[in-house]
Design a protein around this ligand. Sequence first.
Ligand SMILES: C[S@@+](CC[C@H](N)C(=O)[O-])C[C@H]1O[C@@H](n2cnc3c(N)ncnc32)[C@H](O)[C@@H]1O
Length: 341
Amino acid sequence: MGYDLDPLARLISRVGSTRVRESAVWECFDELKAYCLKNQKYQARLNWIDSDQETLDFIDYWFAPEQERQLRRIAKFLHAENPDFRSNVKNILVVALSRLIISKEPKASLARDTAHSRPHKTIETNDFDIHEHYENSIKHVLSALNSKEIKTNSTAYLGDARRLSRINDSTVDAIITSPPYLNAIDYMRGHKFSLIWFGYNLSYLRAIRSSAIGAETAVSSGNGREFDELMSTLKLKNINARTSSLLSRYYNDLRVQLGESKRVLKPRKKALYVIGNSSIRGEHIKNSEVLKFAAHKVGFKITDESIREIPNNKRYLPMSVGKENSLSQRMRTEHIIEMAA
Ligand SMILES: C[S@@+](CC[C@H](N)C(=O)[O-])C[C@H]1O[C@@H](n2cnc3c(N)ncnc32)[C@H](O)[C@@H]1O
């Protein structure tokens, strides 16, 4: 069972941990192609887009007319009023389509670097044919999934990991998670390019983004004395009031989340957190220390910690050679922290 606030992260987790019959995926893809062919003369209407000027303007800016027409038809076929009820077969087609939208080079959209959450426009016209590339993308998703190896299906919930209200106290055997790093990646900047085709408009996605752990919204945490203690542990030098306030919110978010993990875990069972360090306005922030400090405060005992280098090709933000102080430098290593309830 898993939780994520971001509908795309949740969908990818769900698809990645649910068995599927491959022939059913291809049958559904044939139906999708037939549907698009039959309706190719019409502009498919999508209510959540067509009733929202901001989302329409966004599409107008980031997508060329032909890809918009193709995406509208595909979205009409795949969309479910309630994504909980969309079949897993269709979910696979959604993830495969997302790969053609959230990409390094411009594909279905006019943006580059959407996959690195830094979309920027480098082309004004687009001859990318979504239908031509869709089949290969599905093949890629199916081969990465390797469905036969999945022993049991998971349930991925759209929800806040700081409030695991579905889960009773002391009922969980193990937790594996990777919380966001302070100020590191704004996933929604890239993910919205895909999510707008599946029932979400921009204002809805903005609201989700602002409730994410580590979101750049300065709110005082209410853990004053504890936070002062953390600050003296971190020994930060050049930190202004705004950064301190962001860090305070981040600390509070992590603390509340860790409290929930502690609550749901059975006694002495373990939680494994993967977290990278980051830098904020030039100051190196040891997120791993913040996490351990919070874990300790909610009653966890740290039982192990290892550090691994993130290979260049696995990095969410690519390394740019010769730029030692660049954005990408933050993401060089990550800490794997094991703790016992
Ligand atoms: C470092 S990523 C890990 C993604 C994925 N679980 C994985 O391991 O590949 C952090 C994830 O935390 C999610 N997130 C941020 N705040 C959250 C919250 N309050 N509740 C649940 N998920 C949250 C983000 O949407 C993002 O997908």
